[in-house]
Design a protein around this ligand. Structure first.
Ligand code: COA
Length: 167
């Protein structure tokens, strides 16, 4: 398996993968693929990695800038992330996250936030300790990993593409 940045000819495969991976999820409103397209269009898809195996795209993860209490300050958001249904629970998601975080650190980022299941991301180094909030969401789902300095406290806001494409 190879983890590499997306190429223009991956876009349709990423779309299909994202739709198929989120379709069975109760929490999904089907906005994930449109969000990716909107991030790409607005230039806010800071890092977009695919997991390729035997020429097929079997996983994908996106990172984009976030603000915490209105300030960007070197923080990024992870998501959407998708692994092909028949390849889940085999370490693909973990590998995508690890490579994405490595690349964020290399860019001088200060940290990464996400909204997701603590059972999954807690195993990948994230903590939902209540320091970040997102509306009315259970704070344990609003997780982060700090690369440098203290963890900020406050309301995390994802790129406008999440609002524009998310409804
Ligand atoms: C979430 C997702 C990206 C995880 O990718 P993955 O390749 O299946 O995850 P990994 O195999 O790398 O697992 C990483 C860790 O999370 C755990 N994990 C993965 N899926 C889990 C689940 N559904 N419930 C509980 N733990 C889970 C694994 O056990 C593993 O921990 P361990 O190594 O300590 O056992 C993938 O399942 C997916 O595409 N889901 C559908 C779309 C989605 O929900 N995206 C995320 C929205 S927040």
């Amino acid at each position: 398996m190879l983890i590499r940045p997306e190429r223009p000819d991956d876009v349709d495969a990423i779309d299909r993968l994202t739709i198929a991976a989120f379709e069975p999820q109760w929490f999904s409103d089907g906005s994930e693929a449109p969000i990716l397209r909107a991030l790409r269009a607005s230039g806010e898809l800071t890092i977009s990695l695919v997991a390729e195996d035997d020429g097929d795209v079997i996983g994908h993860v996106a990172f984009s800038p976030v603000t915490i209490d209105g300030s960007h300050d070197g923080w990024f958001g992870l998501g959407p992330i998708s692994v092909r249904l028949d390849r889940q629970r085999q370490g693909v998601g973990r590998a995508l996250v690890a490579e994405g975080l490595r690349r964020l650190r290399d860019r001088g980022a200060r940290g990464c936030a996400l909204i997701g299941d603590p059972d999954i991301y807690g195993r990948m180094g994230f903590t939902g300790d209540g320091s970040l909030t997102h509306g009315e969401l259970d704070p344990s789902a609003v997780q982060h990993v700090a690369f440098s300095g203290p963890s900020p406290r406050g309301e995390v806001h994802f790129a406008p593409a999440f609002d524009d494409a998310g409804h």
